[in-house]
Ligand binder design. Sequence first.
Ligand code: HEC
Length: 148
Amino acid sequence: MRRPIGILAVVAAACLSASCDENLSTIAGPTPALTPTFSSIQRDIFASTDSTGRLACSGCHTSVNRVPAGGLNLTGDLAYEQLVNVASARKAGAIRVVPGDPDNSYIIQKIEGRSGIVGVRMPLTPPYLSDGQITIIRRWIETGAARN
Ligand code: HEC
């Protein structure tokens, strides 16, 4: 009876190390290189094209040839500064990214299309982000939303 417990302990210990992050690539779906860091989320989601070839976020959330949609610029250095601990432009009391608290981060509520959001689920039109992509963004927030 001892052996299975020992194996479980080894697996649990492995998950505390980097190997659990490697497993994330299996859930990252259309963006296999996605990791829970801000630079990866920006490169592999915000500035990337989705399965239809459309820029997932940064075609609208940019100041190039337009006013950023929703008052939110997700390009370049501005993205982090406009997300973390910054109030929503439209929903009173909402904060775009609350470090350590994905459920109360408005960006999560918007990409999950939760009830109570102002406006519509993001991206503005489907395809939406996959569950795995959202899990990875959640994890970046959960672990402190570092500028990493
Ligand atoms: C086709 C244009 C378009 C695309 C693509 C798009 N958005 Fe938006 N976004 C908008 C518009 C317009 C608003 C303002 C209306 C609203 O909140 O529904 C908005 C609002 C938001 C807000 C709320 C800002 C605030 O302060 O209230 C967030 C967060 C957001 N978008 C995130 C994203 C993310 C993340 C993506 C990519 C996964 C994305 N959007 C893709 C047009 C777009």
